[in-house]
Design a protein around this ligand. Sequence first.
Ligand code: TMP
Length: 204
Amino acid sequence: MSGRFITLEGIDGAGKSSHVEWLVEFLRGRGHQVVSTREPGGTPLGEKLREWLLAEPMHLETETLLMFAARREHLAQVILPALARGEWVVCDRFTDATHAYQGGGRGLDRHKLAQLEQWVHGDCQPDLTLLFDVPCAVARSRIALANRHLDRFEQEQAQFHERVRLAYLDRAAAHAQRFRVIDGEQPLEVIRLQLEQLLLAAGA
Ligand code: TMP
């Protein structure tokens, strides 16, 4: 039985993280070995880099390189070994987030991004990317309701998040074979049903 690489994406407040646990349990219930992980992070080094990335102001290219450095480690230590063992990998964000945030949100040159992507994981792409999409105003109000300290990305202006959202939707259109866009404003049960169908179609 061969595993699959599944990524979850969306703007901050789109609600993706609340589905990760359910998704993992669903896959385990279908008899799969599942590794649940996230970016930036997923390894001890990656989690340290995450702390810096979410808190320290830095040059855009430094930010991008650190995202990819954490990713290289994550691929080497966690993602590729799990896939080689035939396990499923469920990853909360991956390179599409770099395209959306550093590319769309901050305006990093897309050729530089494409080069880094090719260098770090040219031969490994997600099998399925679930993009949770909600209007930015909805995402903002969800974040405000959570009433907690906001990280460096969450503190960005509304226009930043609009650009991130559009970049995600552009990417979904450009890679339609692996992306599935989920309307994150639907009731929870409707989203779960949709996820179930998508996972079954992906071989779960
Ligand atoms: P999280 O809130 O989903 O855990 O993600 C942390 C933040 O990191 C989120 O605001 C998006 C941002 N991020 C990027 O800017 N580029 C990336 O490549 C990744 C993986 C995350």
